[in-house]
Design a protein around this ligand. Structure first.
Ligand SMILES: *Cc1c(COP(=O)(O)O)cnc(C)c1O
Length: 395
């Protein structure tokens, strides 16, 4: 009986989700992830909603590195890192990433979600404080929930409020400022220069989650610490392999030496979850080779984003300004955004509409994400579809 009661509760919740219009359907892709995909419902749709910024998700060189790794390193480790789950390739990737990001050291996790989940609890106790941007990713929010530190939130990129919180926590032992490097609904970069200035003035640590930046933001693609000119001033960077760096899965924390050392001793998702698959280490090392040997992919994604922006501007679409390949097309009204996304798919272009509560009320949008894998022909096709749909909807 108790079971039936529980299932009835869940059925009611599911019904509520449907009624609220927030039910999520998953489209099922029948090809690799790339610029044009097939799904079980549509053929040859242009994909403008993957985090495949550098087009490495289906890159033949990355795939070959992964395939070769099966022969050298096997399929899996069947162990956590500290028991018998660390191979040379894990150490190589950690060292390589640390050098690339110009941080002291790196520790790998199964995901960036885990990196964030295992960070705050390890570094902060009840005498400490964590000060967090209100738009931070769910994994930062959850990671913070696990720690006993005082929690303070500031309005997105509101430096005055951040400073107020720093003033109000002067009695704390350690203060840590936590921010996304890129706010992914807007494509805006965090104000890292100001954040680092404040952190230095008030003697606080700075943590940046650079999942939407590692590999392609900044001159050498190191991320927002490079793009904002604050290399050496950020104490902790967490990021993912699940976006620009091949997109399979995995994450890491790069930080000052004592921080990484402590994470290896105490961070629970590191200690109690399986080692990253060796193929992912090998493929990520190859992705880093590609990034470091040529600026081609990086140049390509930014050129593509600039091209797409200028064409959409010409058509009179309102875009959020910026330098990131996330290009939000503002529609404000949730129904308009949803209808536009549906019509775009009928024109063979896959985009996603975002509305409240994911973005503020009345700020609905279509978020497009541009990739180095897109050709000019692809982008022209996307722009053509936006133009046609705009006319259909008489906007
Ligand atoms: C995507 C993302 C994550 C999650 O990364 P995974 O490796 O997929 O767990 C964490 N933080 C931010 C800011 C992200 O954009």
């Amino acid at each position: 009986m108790a079971k039936k009661k529980a299932l009835d509760v869940y059925l009611q919740q599911l019904e509520d989700i449907r009624k609220a219009g927030t039910w999520r359907e998953e489209r099922v892709i029948t090809t690799p992830q790339m610029s044009r995909i097939d799904t079980t419902q549509n053929q040859d749709v242009l994909n403008l909603c993957a985090n495949n910024y550098l087009g490495l998700s289906n890159d033949s060189r990355v795939i070959k590195a992964a395939r070769d790794a099966y022969d050298t390193w096997g399929f899996g480790l069947s162990s956590v890192r500290f028991i018998c789950g660390t191979q040379l390739i894990h150490k190589r990737l950690e060292q390589r990433l640390a050098a690339f990001l110009q941080m002291d050291d790196v520790i790998l996790y199964s995901s960036c979600f885990d990196a964030n989940g295992g960070l705050f609890e390890t570094l902060l106790g009840e005498n400490d404080a964590v000060i967090s941007d209100e738009l931070n990713h769910a994994s930062i929010i959850d990671g913070i929930r696990l720690c006993k530190a005082r929690r303070l939130r500031y309005k997105n990129s509101d430096m005055a409020q951040l400073e107020q919180h720093l003033r109000d926590t002067q009695d704390c032992r350690i203060r840590l400022i936590a921010t996304d490097g890129v706010f992914s609904m807007d494509g805006y970069l965090a104000r890292l220069k100001d954040i680092c200035d404040l952190a230095e003035r008030y003697d606080a640590l700075v943590m940046v989650d650079d999942s939407h930046a590692t590999g392609f933001m900044g001159q050498a693609g190191r991320g927002t610490h490079e793009a904002c000119g604050v290399m050496g001033r950020v104490d902790i960077i967490t990021s993912t392999f699940g976006k620009a760096l091949g997109g399979a899965s995995g994450g890491f924390t790069a930080a000052r030496q004592p921080i990484v050392d402590l994470l290896r001793q105490r961070s629970r998702p590191y200690l109690f979850s399986n080692s990253l698959a060796p193929t992912i280490c090998a493929a990520t090392l190859k992705a880093l080779d590609l990034l470091e040997s040529s600026t081609e992919l990086r140049d390509r994604v930014h050129e593509n984003a600039g091209y797409f922006r200028s064409k959409m501007d010409e058509l009179g679409f309102e875009l959020l300004p910026g330098e990131h390949p996330i290009v939000p097309v503002m529609l404000y009204d949730a129904h308009v955004a949803q209808e536009m996304a549906t019509r775009m798919l009928a024109h063979g272009v896959y985009v996603i509409a975002f509305s409240y509560p994911v973005v503020p009320q009345g700020k609905a949008r279509i978020r497009t994400q541009i990739s180095a894998a897109h050709s000019y022909e692809d982008l022209d096709r996307a722009v053509g579809a936006f133009k046609a749909v705009k006319q259909e909807m008489k906007l």
